[in-house]
Design a protein around this ligand. Sequence first.
Ligand code: GLU
Length: 326
Amino acid sequence: MNPFMKLLFFISISLIFAIPPSQVRAKTRFVTIGTGGLTGVYYPTGGAIAKIVNKKRKELGIRCTVESTDGSVYNVNAVVEGQFDFGIVQSDRQFQAVNGIADWKEKGPQNMLRSVFSIYPESCSLVATVNSGISSIFDLKGKNVNLGNHGSGHLGNAMDLLKSIGLDPEADLNAFYIDPVSAPGLLHDGALDAFFYTVGHPSRALKEATSGQRKVKFIPIDHPGMTDFFAAMPQYSEMVVPKRFYPGAKNRKDVKTFGVCATLVTSVMVEEEVVYAITKSLFENLNAFKELHPAYKTVTREGMLKCLTAPLHKGALKYFKETGLK
Ligand code: GLU
C-alpha cells in the first residue's frame, strides 16, 4: 500500500470506530449502602441518601443502591471487607470498631474504617406488654426478652445495660436474639414480654409494636447507677423515646433512656471523588433530605460532624475544609 492509501485506510478505520463525543459517557460507579432491617430507620435513610445522590447520577457518574442488613456490626465488617462502599452504623459501634473492643476484641482495631458524617439520634428503646408486669428494667428478670439479632448494634446496647444492673442475659432472663422485623409480632403473639431496639424515631417497628392488640408501653431506662453507666461508657448520651410518635403506647410522656448517633461510614479504599461527591450532595441538599423522614428534623450541618470516632475519609474532609466546616 502506498503512503497515501495507507493514510486513507487509517482515516476511514478511525472514522468507523470513532464514537461521537455525545455518546462518550464515563462509566457509572455503582455504590452500595448497607443499612438495617426493613422496619427500622437505617433502611429508609439509605434510600433517602440514594434518592439525593441518584438525582444527579448523570452529572456525578454515581448510582447508589441500598441493602437491608443485620445492622451496625454487620455493616462495619462488610464495609471494611469491601462488600459495601458505605454503611450506616451506631456511633458507639464505630468507636468500638476503631478501638478494637467489644465485637472487635478478637479482630483488633478496624484501621480501614473511615467516617463520613453523622445523621440523626437513635435511642435505646425497650418496649414491653402491660400484662407482663414489667415497669422497670429490673423487672426483666425471668422474662422473655428479645435483646436483638447478632450483627445488630442494639444487641450490644441491651447487653451493656443488663451488665450495668447486674443481670446476666443467660442466667437471669430468657433471652432471645431475634431481628427487629419479627419482634413486634412475637410481642403481640405473647412469645415475648419485651424487646430492645436502638433506633431513630419514628420507626415502623415501634409503631407496629405500639399499635397491635396488646397494650404495650416503653420502659424507662433509668436507675440510680446511670451516672456511673454514662461515665463508664462516654459513647452513650441521655436521650428519650418521644411519646408523640407512638400514640398507642401506654405512656403519658417521653420516656428516659440513653442513645447514640446514626453515622455513615466507609472504607479507606473507597475513592476520594466518590465520598466527596456523596458528602457534597447531602450537604448541599440538606433541606430536601430532611423532608424525607421525621427522624432528620434536628439534623444540622455542624451536628453532622459530631459523634465520629473513625478518622474522617479524605473525600469528606475535602468537602468540610472547602466549606469551612472543618
Ligand atoms: N441501630 C440498629 C443497629 O445498629 C439499626 C436501626 C435501624 O435499622 O434503624 O443495628
